[in-house]
Design a protein around this ligand. Structure first.
Ligand code: 3H9
Length: 696
C-alpha cells in the first residue's frame, strides 16, 4: 500500500488502481507543493508492484486551473511543471485522467501528458495563457497539435478560447466522455484502461508535420492587430516546432515562455486578471444581500433598455416604465433587438430570447413599481428631475426595496436625501451599452446600508459584471478622472495637435478608440450638457476650450447626427469633418495661441500623466478604495489597453519620481492644470509605487 495523505495531493491504492486526487482549493492550481506532490505520487505508484494503472482526478469544482499565477515573477521553485508532466508521459504504467469543470492552462497540459483523457459533461477546457501574456509552457504547444488538427491547435492556443467537452471530443482532444462524480469516473477510466476498452498512447510519440501555410497565415492575421502583443505570436512560433522530437520542441517552448515571463505585458495582463477579482473585496461584502427577483427600470432610452436587457439576462423579471405608451412599446422592441443581436453573435438562441422576453412588462404607470424588489432610474441627467422622481418612489415602493440611480455624475447623497429611506438608495452606474459593458460602478452614499451594497454586488455577479465600489464625488471614479484628462486632449487640440493625430496616437498606444472618436460615439451633446452644468462653478484660472461647444451649436452631435469631429456618411471610413476643422482653426485664432508641434509620444505622455494625476487624487480621497479599483474601472469601462493593466499599474512602470518630474515640467505651461498630487509626491519620496497601496 502506498496511500499518502498530503495536503494537496492524495493517493490511494485499491484493486490495482493507483488513484491521485488533486486537492488544492479553490481551483487546484499547480503550485510548487502540488507539483512536488504530483511527481512523488506518480513515482511512488510506479514503484508499487500492486499498481497496474494510475488515474488522476480533481476534487472540487474543476480538475485544475493550471499553474499558480501567484508564483509568476518570483524565482522558480523546483520541480518545473513541464518536467513533472514529462515524467507522467514517460510513466511505465498507464496514466489516465478525468477532466471536469473548467480545466485550463497547466491543468489541461497535465491532461495532455496523460495516456488517455476522459471528459465529464459540463466540462470546459482551454489554454488561456496568451490572455495572461504567456504561452502554454508545460508542453501544451507541443502536445495539443499532436492530438488535434493543426489549425485548430493554433486557433485554441493563439486565442485562448475555451471549448466545451463535446467539441473537445470531436477535436480529438478527449478520448471519451465519462459519467458520475470525478472520483467514480477516474475509477471507471482506470478499469477501462485495464480491460483495453480505453485506448492508451503517449502524446509525445505522435509524429506530425506542421503546416507552414497555416502558421504564416496565423502570424500575419495577428500581426495586423493593434496593439501588437507578443504572446500569441510567440505561441505560434513554439507550435511551429511541434514537428521536432518532443524534447526539442519543449526546449524551444521553455525558451519562448521565459521570454514572455520577462515581458511587461505579462505583468499588466495578470494585474488585469487580478483586478477583476480584487475589487470584490469590500467592507460590505460580508453583509447579507437582499433577495432580488423583480426589478423596475425607469426610462426607456438606450441606457434603460440596456439595463433592462442585462437584468432579464440575470434572471430577474423586469418592468420598464416610460412616460407614453408608444415609447414604452418602442423600448420593448429595443430590448428584443438586443436579444436578436446576441443570437446573431451566436451567444443566444431564439428559444432563450422568447423565454426572457416573457419576463418583461412595460407600463406608463409609476405605481406599478410598488411591489418590486429593485428600482433603477435611468432618466434625464438632471438633479431636479432625479430628486423629484425619488421622492415619488419613496411614497410608492415597498419597504426594503433597493432604489438605484444610474446617474453618471450627480450627487447620490442629494438623491438619497429626497427620500425618507436613504439607507436603501445606491448609485448603480452602468456603462453604455449596459447589457454588454462589464463595468458597474457601485456608488455608496453616506447612508447606504451595507446590505444594499452587498445586494448590488450580488446582482452584479448575476449580470456577470465587474462591480467597483466608488464613493460619492462629481463623476465617481471613472467620469471624474475622464473629465480631467479629457481637458488635456482639448488643450493639445487648441495648441496645435490635430484631433485625428491625438486619436491615432492613443489608438497606437492601445486604446480601442481615441478621445474624439469616443466623444462622437457617445454623443457630443452629453459632454455639452455637463459643461453647461459646471460652467457657473468653473474656476477662473482654468483654460476653457470651446471647440466642442461650437460643433454642438450646429446640432452636430457625432455619429447619431452623421457628423461631429468626423463625418459618418460612410460608416467604414473615419474622415475629419471639414466644418469641425474650420471651427478648430477659428478657435485657435480667437484664443491667440502660438501653434506647436506635438509628437505622438508628447500626446501620450500628457494624456496619460493627466489621467494618472486625477486617479491619484481619487485614491487619496478614498473615492476609490485602492489603486487597483481605478485600474478595474478603466479596464472594464473605458477601453484601457489590458496589457498595461490600468492607469495606475501603468503609472508604476513610469515610476512616481519620473511622473512628478514630468508634471513639474508641464506645469511651466499651465500651473493651474498641472499640479503634483500629494499622493504621487509621497510615493516618489518614499520610493514606493501604487502597487504598494493595493496591499492595504
Ligand atoms: C499556466 O497554466 C501556465 C502553464 O502553461 C505553464 C506553467 C509552466 N492560480 O476566478 P475565480 C484564484 S498559466 C492561482 O473567482 P471562478 C482567483 O484569483 C494559468 N490562483 O473563480 C480567485 O482568488 P480569490 C492558466 C488562481 O469560479 C480564486 O482562485 N490558467 C488561479 O469564477 C477563485 O477564482 C488560467 O489562466 C490560478 N491559475 O473561475 C486560469 N485561477 O478568491 C485562470 C484562479 O483570492 N483562472 N485563481 O479572489 C480562471 O480563469 C478562473 O479563475 C476559473 C474559475 C475559470 C478557473
Amino acid at each position: 500500500m502506498v496511500d499518502t495523505e498530503s495536503a494537496l495531493i492524495r493517493t490511494t491504492v485499491a484493486n490495482a488502481i493507483g488513484l491521485i486526487a488533486l486537492n488544492n482549493p479553490p481551483v487546484n492550481a499547480l503550485g510548487a507543493v502540488a507539483r512536488q506532490g504530483l511527481a512523488d505520487a506518480v513515482a511512488a505508484l510506479n514503484a508499487a508492484s500492486e499498481v497496474q494503472v494510475i488515474a488522476i482526478y480533481g476534487e472540487g469544482k474543476a480538475l485544475s486551473a493550471g499553474a499558480d499565477i501567484r508564483e509568476f515573477g518570483k524565482p522558480l521553485v523546483a520541480p518545473r511543471l513541464s518536467d513533472v508532466l514529462d515524467q507522467i508521459e514517460a510513466s511505465l504504467k498507464p496514466v489516465v485522467i478525468v477532466l471536469h469543470g473548467t480545466t485550463l492552462g497547466g491543468g489541461l497540459e497535465l491532461a495532455l501528458a496523460c495516456h488517455a483523457r476522459v471528459g465529464l459533461p459540463g466540462a470546459h477546457v482551454g489554454l488561456p495563457e496568451v490572455t495572461l501574456g504567456l504561452l502554454p509552457g508545460a508542453g501544451g504547444t507541443q502536445r495539443l497539435p499532436r492530438l488535434i488538427a493543426f489549425d485548430k491547435a493554433i486557433d485554441m492556443i493563439s486565442s485562448g478560447r475555451q471549448v466545451a467537452v463535446e467539441e473537445a471530443l470531436d477535436l480529438g482532444l478527449l478520448d471519451t466522455i465519462g459519467e458520475g462524480p470525478p472520483h467514480q469516473a477516474a475509477l471507471s477510466a482506470a478499469k477501462a484502461a485495464l480491460n483495453g476498452s480505453l485506448m492508451l498512447r503517449r502524446t509525445g510519440d505522435i509524429a506530425i508535420k506542421p503546416d507552414s501555410a497555416t502558421i504564416a497565415a496565423a502570424i500575419e492575421r495577428l500581426s495586423s492587430k493593434r496593439p501588437l502583443l507578443a504572446a500569441p505570436i510567440k505561441a505560434i512560433q513554439a507550435i511551429s516546432h511541434s514537428g521536432e522530437p518532443i524534447v526539442e520542441g519543449i526546449k524551444t517552448e521553455r525558451r519562448l515562455f521565459g521570454e514572455l515571463m520577462d515581458n511587461p505585458d505579462r505583468q499588466g495582463l495578470i494585474h488585469a486578471f487580478n483586478a477583476e477579482r480584487v475589487v470584490r473585496r469590500i467592507p460590505e461584502a460580508a453583509a447579507t444581500p437582499r433577495e432580488m427577483k423583480t426589478a423596475a427600470v425607469i426610462g426607456g432610452g438606450t441606457m434603460g433598455v440596456g439595463i433592462a436587457t442585462a437584468l432579464l439576462q440575470a434572471g430577474l423579471r423586469v418592468t420598464l416604465i416610460e412616460m407614453a405608451a408608444e415609447r414604452a412599446e418602442m423600448a420593448k422592441v429595443a430590448v428584443a433587438k438586443n436579444f436578436d443581436e446576441a443570437i446573431k453573435r451566436g451567444k443566444s438562441t431564439a428559444e432563450a430570447r422568447d423565454k426572457l422576453l416573457l419576463g418583461l412588462a412595460v407600463t406608463t404607470d409609476l405605481r406599478d413599481v410598488a411591489t418590486l424588489d429593485l428600482v433603477i432610474e435611468a432618466v434625464f441627467e438632471d438633479i431636479a428631475t432625479k430628486t423629484e422622481l425619488f421622492s415619488k418612489l419613496d411614497n410608492i415602493c415597498k419597504s426594503g426595496a433597493v432604489l438605484g440611480t444610474n446617474t453618471s455624475y450627480l450627487d447620490v447623497n442629494l438623491i438619497a436625501a429626497a427620500t425618507s429611506r436613504p439607507q436603501d438608495v445606491i448609485g448603480l452606474h452602468f456603462f453604455s451599452p449596459a447589457h454588454l459593458m462589464r463595468l458597474l460602478e457601485v456608488v455608496v452614499a453616506d447612508r447606504t446600508a451595507p446590505e444594499v451594497v452587498a445586494t448590488a454586488l450580488a446582482l452584479s455577479g448575476r449580470m456577470k459584471k465587474v462591480a467597483v465600489r466608488s464613493g460619492v464625488c462629481d463623476g465617481f471614479i471613472g467620469n471624474r478622472i475622464l473629465a480631467h484628462y479629457r481637458k488635456m486632449a482639448d488643450y493639445m487640440l487648441l495648441d496645435g495637435a490635430a484631433f485625428e493625430q491625438i486619436d491615432h496616437a492613443l489608438e497606437d498606444f492601445g486604446f480601442a478608440m481615441g478621445p474624439f472618436a469616443v466623444a462622437d460615439l457617445a454623443g457630443l451633446d452629453i459632454g455639452w450638457a455637463t459643461r453647461k452644468r459646471k460652467a457657473p462653478t468653473r474656476p477662473a484660472e482654468e483654460r476653457y476650450v470651446a471647440i466642442a461647444d461650437r460643433i454642438c451649436e450646429h446640432g452636430w452631435f457625432g455619429r447619431k447626427s452623421g457628423r461631429g469631429y468626423y463625418l459618418y456618411d460612410d460608416p467604414k471610413i473615419r474622415r475629419p469633418n471639414p466644418d469641425a476643422l474650420a471651427i478648430v482653426k477659428a478657435e485657435r485664432a480667437a484664443a491667440g495661441v502660438t501653434l506647436r508641434r506635438f509628437t505622438d509620444q508628447d500626446i501620450v505622455a500628457r494624456y496619460m500623466t493627466a489621467m494618472i494625476s486625477e486617479a491619484a487624487r481619487v485614491v487619496a480621497e478614498g473615492v476609490a478604495m485602492r489603486p487597483i479599483d481605478v485600474d478595474a474601472v478603466f479596464l472594464f469601462g473605458y477601453g484601457f489597453p489590458r496589457h498595461l493593466g490600468g492607469p495606475l499599474n501603468y503609472a508604476d512602470r513610469i515610476g512616481a519620481a519620473a511622473l512628478v518630474e514630468r508634471i513639474e515640467a508641464f506645469a511651466k505651461e499651465d500651473r493651474y492644470y498641472w499640479q503634483v498630487p500629494d499622493l504621487l509626491r509621497q510615493l516618489a519620496k518614499t520610493k514606493r509605487g501604487f502597487a504598494d497601496l493595493n496591499q492595504r
